[in-house]
Design a protein around this ligand. Sequence first.
Ligand SMILES: NC(=O)c1ccc[n+]([C@@H]2O[C@H](COP(=O)([O-])OP(=O)(O)OC[C@H]3O[C@@H](n4cnc5c(N)ncnc54)[C@H](O)[C@@H]3O)[C@@H](O)[C@H]2O)c1
Ligand SMILES: [Zn+2]
Length: 370
Amino acid sequence: MSTSDHKFEGWLGLDPSAAEGKMQWGEFEPKPWEETDVDIKVTHCGICGSDLHTLRSGWGPTRYPCVVGHEIVGTVVRVGSKAEGGLKVGDRVGVGAQSDSCLGRKGDCEMCATEQENYCPAQTGTYNSVYLNGGKSYGGYALYNRTPSHFVVKIPDAISSAHAAPMLCAGVTTYSPLKHHGVGPGKTVGIIGLGGLGHFGVMWAKALKADKVVVISRTSGKKDDALKLGADDFIATAEDPEWAKKHASTLDVILCTVSSSSMPLMDYLSLLRFDGTFVQLGAPDDGLPSIQQFPLILKRLKITGSLIGSPNELKEMLQLAVDQNVRPWVDEIPMKDANRAIVEMEAGKPRYRYVLTNESRGTTQLKAGL
Ligand SMILES: NC(=O)c1ccc[n+]([C@@H]2O[C@H](COP(=O)([O-])OP(=O)(O)OC[C@H]3O[C@@H](n4cnc5c(N)ncnc54)[C@H](O)[C@@H]3O)[C@@H](O)[C@H]2O)c1
Ligand SMILES: [Zn+2]
């Protein structure tokens, strides 16, 4: 099919019940085409925790109909005459959680000028967002995707599409803060929550040669996995009341990927050494627990956050994955089973990322499978 004269098809969330596995297959109107755009035949799309927050309007009202999915890999089928990056029809490419920014079109933008496009105030999310030309953004639980070329990255030959997909959000969201906060030799790192983001956090911290990586989880159910992923130690907070005391002041940098507000934040902070940094990545629907001042004051602690990664960081991370042989643990699930997959994601089943796949499935088969 030519993508120029068709609507696209995908899994539409129509109201918050979509997050309970009630997405419906249907047509949507991609953004109006611009010559800087690329159309991609989606072969793979990872399922990120953010897809669930958005489907259920957890972060405020979602712009339904909404097609989620921002760990997209596929094949280029159409390239605009002004596309960047030497992209060609047939290239294997990826799109992460950001699909546009002002790129200077709105005047001076310090973030775009310094290649930190992910912090551009006018950034467009890959779904549930609006482009500067007024079109809505739709994600990768679909057959096709249209994205401005600046936010389309080539996938290195050495990385399979199923492995590349989760790197584009979960991967870069953990890689970027580890790099930014100087994780490497001499640093000890804690990763709270072993899910899609968390399992990448462990692997990147090891690939960056951190001295020690500790996983902090509620139970010891994932301990063996954590050690296989490269972790040096594991803390099960629900199984040892003394955990915070035993491990006090041992970590330099903590990434917190927990997506619910019921977390012992002050105990987590007590694990940091003097001058340590706590990076919140998880984005609970109902915010974070309150913070007491003295632990911060007494150890000069820093609490910060981090948002996905820039196009340059995506490229850097893919290269690190090639050089250090970092690959996520994925389960491939046919696109037709997306509703089942998101219900299982909500229940915490993936070990550690589900990737929806359209490979060798046409529209007819998808419809037949509904
Ligand atoms: N900051 C960003 O740029 C960014 C990017 C992507 C995702 N996110 C957010 O990160 C969060 C995690 O996303 P994900 O895709 O890794 O989800 P996930 O479900 O794969 O992983 C979350 C993990 O946290 C664990 N967990 C939940 N509560 C916990 C607790 N109290 N203690 C310890 N572990 C706990 C869960 O069991 C699960 O393993 C979501 O809120 C998502 O929206 C943020
Ligand atoms: Zn994501």
